[in-house]
Design a protein around this ligand. Structure first.
Ligand code: GLU
Length: 424
C-alpha cells in the first residue's frame, strides 16, 4: 500500500532562508557564516516515566544549543506534540539572534518534549518534567545553559526543573544554582514582571511603532491568534491604550465581536473552558474568516508558519506584531512586503521574555529582588533601544525589518568572532 505522508514545512529551512538573505545583504564574513549556519549541540533523550495507572511510557525530549559566543546558552522549553528536532533547531537559532539584538549576554538554545500536556495528570507532568531534567543532566547549568518557559510550560514546571537540578549537584553548591532556570515562581527565586514580560515587550514595541507612525492606539482594533501567556498579556496590557480586541482564535476555534471583547473576561472564560471557543456574546468564526478580519493590528501569539503563501494574501491589517516565534515564513513575508503590511519581527517583538529572564538571572546571582517598576523600566529601555537600532538598520540597508533585525544580531556576533578568533 502506498502511504503518502503529509510533510510539515520545515521551520529550520525558514530560518536558513532568513539567515541567508541577511548574510548576503550585509556581506557577512564567509567563515563566520559557516559557524552560525549550524547549531553547536543537539541533545536528544528518550526517557521512561511511570504513568498514574501503572505502566511505563517512553518520551522523547530535545535540547538544541545553537551558539554561546555572547554568553551561556539560553532559551525556553516547550511541551507540544509538534516538537521535533527541526522545530527546536529553529527555535534555538532564533534565540541566538534575539539575545544579540537586545544586547544581553546570552547565546541561543531551545528544548522541549513531544507531548500533549493536556493528556496527563499533574503528577504525571511532574514526573515527566523531572525525568527529562535528569536525562538532560549537566547539559544544562546556571552558567552554561538556562531553560525558561515556552509554549505549554510555566513557573510550576520551572520550579520542578530547579528542584531536580539541585538534587543533582553537591549540597555545598546548591545555593549558587538557583539561576539554572528562569521564569520561576516569585517565591522560588523568580522575578516580578517575568510572567507578563513577553506580552509587555510586544506592547512596548507596538507603542513605539504607533509613536513613529503617528498612529493613535486609542480606539485601534486588533486581533490575536493564541490566547496563552503572550496573547492574553498583550490583550490585558494594551487595554490601557483604549485599543479594542475584535477577534481571537486558538486551537478550540475563533471568535469575533466588532464591538470589542473584554480581555479580562475572556481570560476568565479561557481559564474555565480551556479555550476561546463559544465565548458568550461573540460570533464563532473559522480560521479563514479570522485571518481575513479587518483590523489595525494582528498579533500572532501561537505557533510557527501561520502567515504563509496561502494566508498572507488574506490579511486585512496595517501591522503584524509577532508575539510568537516564527509565525511568518519567508514566502508569507514576501507577500506582506508587497502588500505593504508592516511587520515587527519576532526576534525583536517577543524578546521581552528573555530580557526579563536575564534580569531574573542577574537578581539570583546577586541575591537581589527588584521592584516591578525597576524591571519594567529596564525592559522598556532595552527593547526600545533595540527597536531603534533595527529601524535605523532597515533604513541604512533599505531592507525589511526582519532582515534588519538579523543584520543587527549578525553584526554583533561577527565582531565578537573577529576579536576572539577561532581556536586553535
Ligand atoms: N521562550 C521564550 C522565548 O522564546 C523565553 C526564553 C527565555 O526566557 O529564556 O523567547
Amino acid at each position: 500500500m502506498l502511504v503518502t505522508a503529509i510533510k510539515k514545512a520545515s521551520v529550520y529551512d525558514n530560518v536558513t532562508r532568513q539567515f541567508n538573505k541577511a548574510a548576503d545583504l550585509m556581506s557577512l564574513d564567509p567563515n563566520i557564516r559557516k559557524i552560525l549556519a549550524q547549531t553547536t549541540n543537539e541533545i536528544v533523550v528518550n526517557f521512561p516515566v511511570k504513568m498514574d495507572d501503572g505502566p511505563i511510557k517512553m518520551f522523547i525530549g530535545y535540547r538544541v544549543q545553537h551558539n554561546n559566543v555572547l554568553g551561556p546558552f539560553k532559551g525556553g522549553l516547550r511541551f507540544h506534540p509538534q516538537v521535533d528536532l527541526d522545530e527546536v533547531r529553529a527555535l534555538a537559532t532564533w534565540m541566538t539572534w534575539k539575545s544579540a539584538i537586545v544586547n544581553i549576554p546570552f547565546g541561543g538554545a531551545k528544548g522541549g518534549i513531544q507531548i500533549d500536556p493536556s493528556k496527563y495528570s499533574l503528577s504525571e507532568l511532574e514526573r515527566i518534567t523531572r525525568r527529562f531534567t535528569y536525562a538532560l543532566g549537566h547539559n544544562i547549568g546556571p552558567e552554561y545553559d538556562i531553560p525558561a518557559p515556552d509554549v505549554n510550560t510555566n513557573p510550576q514546571i520551572m520550579a520542578w526543573i530547579l528542584d531536580t537540578y539541585l538534587s543533582m549537584v553537591p549540597p555545598k553548591e546548591r545555593q549558587g544554582c538557583v539561576h539554572v532556570v528562569t521564569g520561576k515562581p516569585i517565591e522560588s527565586g523568580g522575578s516580578l514582571g517575568r510572567d507578563k514580560a513577553t506580552g509587555q515587550g510586544v506592547v512596548f514595541c507596538i507603542e513605539e511603532w504607533a509613536k513613529v507612525n503617528y498612529f493613535d492606539l486609542n480606539g485601534a482594533t486588533y486581533i490575536v491568534q493564541g490566547f496563552g501567556n503572550v496573547g492574553s498579556w498583550v490583550a490585558r496590557l494594551i487595554k490601557a491604550h483604549g485599543s479594542k480586541l475584535i477577534a481571537a482564535e486558538d486551537i478550540t476555534g475563533g471568535i469575533y465581536n466588532p464591538k470589542g471583547i473584554d480581555p479580562s473576561e475572556l481570560i476568565q472564560f479561557v481559564k474555565q473552558n480551556g479555550g476561546v471557543a463559544n465565548y458568550p456574546g461573540s460570533e464563532g468564526i473559522d480560521h479563514k474568516t479570522f485571518m481575513k478580519t479587518e483590523a489595525d493590528i494582528f498579533i500572532p501569539a501561537a505557533l510557527e508558519n501561520q502567515i504563509t503563501e496561502e494566508t498572507a494574501p488574506m490579511l486585512n491589517v496595517t501591522v503584524v506584531a509577532e508575539g510568537a516565534n516564527g509565525p511568518t515564513d519567508t514566502f508569507g513575508d514576501e507577500i506582506l512586503q508587497r502588500r505593504e503590511i508592516q511587520v515587527i519581527p519576532d526576534i525583536l517583538c517577543n524578546a521581552g521574555g528573555v530580557i526579563v529572564s536575564y534580569f531574573e538571572w542577574l537578581q539570583n546571582k546577586r541575591s537581589e529582588a527588584w521592584e516591578l517598576e525597576e524591571v519594567d523600566n529596564k525592559l522598556h529601555k532595552k527593547i526600545t533601544n533595540a527597536y531603534k537600532r533595527v529601524k535605523e538598520t532597515a533604513e541604512d540597508f533599505n531592507t525589511d525589518w526582519r532582515t534588519a533585525a538579523y543584520i543587527v544580531a549578525l553584526s554583533r556576533l561577527e565582531i565578537v568572532y573577529k576579536e576572539r578568533g577561532i581556536f586553535p
